[in-house]
Write a protein that binds this ligand. Structure first.
Ligand code: MRU
Length: 356
């Protein structure tokens, strides 16, 4: 998708380094950063220069390739894989991508190991682009249906950033929106600010602006009243881990939006590639929920009148804060899962029908 009218992907390999868009600097500064070692990759995922489940997975895949580039020793690659998997706990795509890379490299000691690793990491990226594009094609039909009934702008609420910046291209939740916009359906997006890190305001609104899609940032608590007033036609969110029973783990606050949507009979869709399905965990209580530094709550970053980035404390100095990064929306509140293979019910039977 575009930034300043130029097409980008969120990650690529060039001249022996991995290049990423540093998302901690957006929307105020657009900086392309180079990751040279697997240690750089682990750090980049931890501090969220790259974030969003599919992009975390793709970056970890390139992390394995960089480990191979640094040192062919299988023990070094194995330890690197473990460090990558531990860099963030909730998004299943991370482990999925590392496992896939390790399987591909298993038993290969030849001079070709780096080429094979790089090819597989690129394959993971290309596949994600295709999957996200298909999510868009499948989700577009839902938006089109609402438009055909309503015959006026379709208002879509989204939470966090499940846009192209969270993937390689297209996004998951935003892909149907981009497809609708390209096909001339008038859409407007309510963008949840998404405290504490403001991925909605800083990233989703930013990327929608670059694609010239009408959008309005709202405080996270505003969605409820907008739904009661009939100003939301549907919700689409992404996910970091969806269980095979249809329970959806996503950015903190998603659950409350799903409850409000349910109470107001507003369709609540979750968009995801199959790499986000966790086929092992059966009970949502077993999903590892990331607890991040409380400084993400107590401090806020922005630019001053001189365009200098400043970080300020907004809480009483003595106050404690807790920063849980994700919550789980039970399947019963999810209208459907929009995947690369089609739209399914959020249930074991529904998911199994698409992914046999
Ligand atoms: O903490 P983040 O910014 O990595 O969380 C991202 C989300 O919660 C997204 O909704 C999810 O990863 C889906 S991205 C297509």
């Amino acid at each position: 998708m575009r930034i300043d009218r130029k097409e980008y992907r969120t990650i690529w390999y060039e001249n022996n380094v991995v290049k990423i868009i540093d998302q901690t600097k957006l929307p105020h500064k657009f900086i392309i950063k180079e990751l040279k070692t697997v240690k750089d990759v682990v750090n980049s995922i931890k501090i969220m220069e790259v974030r969003g489940a599919p992009l975390i997975g793709a970056t970890a895949a390139y992390g394995i390739a960089l480990a191979v580039q640094e040192n062919h020793d299988p023990e070094f690659i194995k330890i690197s894989a473990e460090q990558l998997v531990q860099s963030r706990p909730t998004a299943i795509n991370l482990k999925w991508a590392v496992d896939r890379m390790m399987k591909k490299l298993s038993g290969i000691n030849s001079d070709q190991i780096l080429d094979i690793a790089l090819k597989e990491a690129k394959e993971i990226c290309d596949e994600d682009v295709k999957f996200c594009e298909n999510i868009g094609i499948n989700g577009f039909k839902i938006i089109e249906e609402i438009y055909n009934k309503k015959k006026s702008t379709v208002n879509i609420l989204t939470h966090c950033n499940a846009g192209w910046l969270a993937t390689i291209n297209w996004g998951t939740a935003t892909s149907p929106i981009y497809h609708a916009h390209k096909k001339g359906i008038p859409v407007h997006v309510w963008v949840d600010e998404t405290r504490p890190r403001n991925q909605g305001a800083n990233l989703t609104s930013y990327e929608l602006n670059e694609e010239e899609i009408p959008n309005t940032i709202i405080a996270d608590n505003t969605g409820g009243i907008l739904m009661q007033r009939g100003e939301v036609d549907m919700c689409i969110v992404g996910t970091d881990r969806t269980l095979s029973n249809g329970d959806v783990c996503n950015k903190i606050g998603t659950y409350l939006k799903a409850l409000a949507a349910h109470d107001n009979e507003i369709p609540f869709y979750v968009a995801l590639p199959s790499s986000t399905i966790d086929w092992n965990i059966k009970d949502a209580k077993d999903i590892p929920i990331e607890k991040r530094n409380s400084e993400e709550l107590s401090h806020v970053e922005g630019v001053d009148e001189n365009n200098e980035v400043k970080k300020v404390l907004i809480y009483p100095k003595k106050s404690k804060a807790v920063n849980l990064a994700f919550d789980v929306t039970p399947a019963k509140y999810v209208t459907g899962l929009i995947t690369e293979r089609g739209v399914s019910a959020a249930s074991y039977e529904g998911i199994k029908k698409l992914f046999k």
